[in-house]
Design a protein around this ligand. Sequence first.
Ligand code: NAD
Length: 362
Amino acid sequence: MNATIVVLGGDGIGPEVTREAVRVLQAVADAFGHEFHFVEHLIGGCAIDAHGTALPDETLAACQQADAVLLGAVGGPKWDDPTAPVRPEQGLLGLRKALGLFANLRPVTLFPALVDASPLKRHIVEGVNLVVVRELTGGIYFGPRQEPTDGTAYDTMLYTGPEVARVVRLAGEIARRRRRRVTSVDKANVLASSRLWRHVVTHIMAEEFPDVQLEHLLVDAAAMHLLRRPADFDVIVTGNMFGDILTDEAAMLAGSLGMLPSASLGESGPGLYEPVHGSAPDIAGQGIANPIGAILSAALLLRYSLNLEQEARCVEEAVRQALAQGLRTADIARPNETPVATEVLGTQVADLVPSSIAKVDQ
Ligand code: NAD
């Protein structure tokens, strides 16, 4: 396969972790005979410094023409003035909007070697392998609102049937590649928008995904079950605000922010793949950042934008093996372990890609 991948390193540790993800993607290309063309562009604070805007026209044009976009992180103390007219996160928000990305996927996998890094007990977190599909462009964050005036303010949770249907279809498709279970999360006992959500989910799943098991949970119960029985979940689909909160809760299960990947997908066009963490200015430039969130984002890129499932599994298997061999960056190292540098972990994952092929074939 021939594919063009735009790489937006961004700020802080962004370029340090995307460099390792590109190294792993190149190893995949070499092992499987693909041609990946990597094109680097600026976004965020570094783009403001160079061009006075967080999303230069040439960056956006390159992303729109690409097969997929791999992003590091944007922001940092240098551009932190909340009153500044141009800010790094405008680059990310502008890109999400321009690419029409309506769903955010956050897989949470607990690698066996890191069971003890989770704040939850081993018998609860063992086997956690779930993905949260969050609606990204509707709901209360985008509904009509009134800013506080005369002691009153409101926000409106507004959803239309088609907005719910497209994200549910995506969740159904993802479940078909996994364990075929979807949990839809809402607050249908109180909110009218949630009753619409539940109605559409029930209809679409019954009509289009009869082979996928469906359960409905109220968001308060879902928050509890995520801590009580996280390994039972496969695909969780939910609205914008509930997803925002539940993804942060689910993130804690994996042990470190540095481990978590994400994908943002639209109806067509390139997807955007980025680690969940930010630019981590406190450790930037030291070569100690955990590259696994970025590397697992590259695995999602292979799976969802390039439809290369076997290659995606190889990357995940290579990460699993590198961790099983004891390689850990400082954020996941135990007190008796010597941490390795970002580049050492990235290189080892890349080196393990060819031998992972046989393992995922089994
Ligand atoms: P952060 O995720 O950058 O860092 C939080 C903590 O986690 C820090 O102690 C950091 O060292 C650690 N950490 C994060 N990623 C790590 C990794 N890969 N390896 C090891 N440790 C890691 O969040 P923050 O400190 O709240 O934000 C810092 C900057 O990043 C801010 O400017 C913020 O606006 C920006 N930010 C950007 C994004 C994005 O680009 N998507 C997301 C969140 C925050």
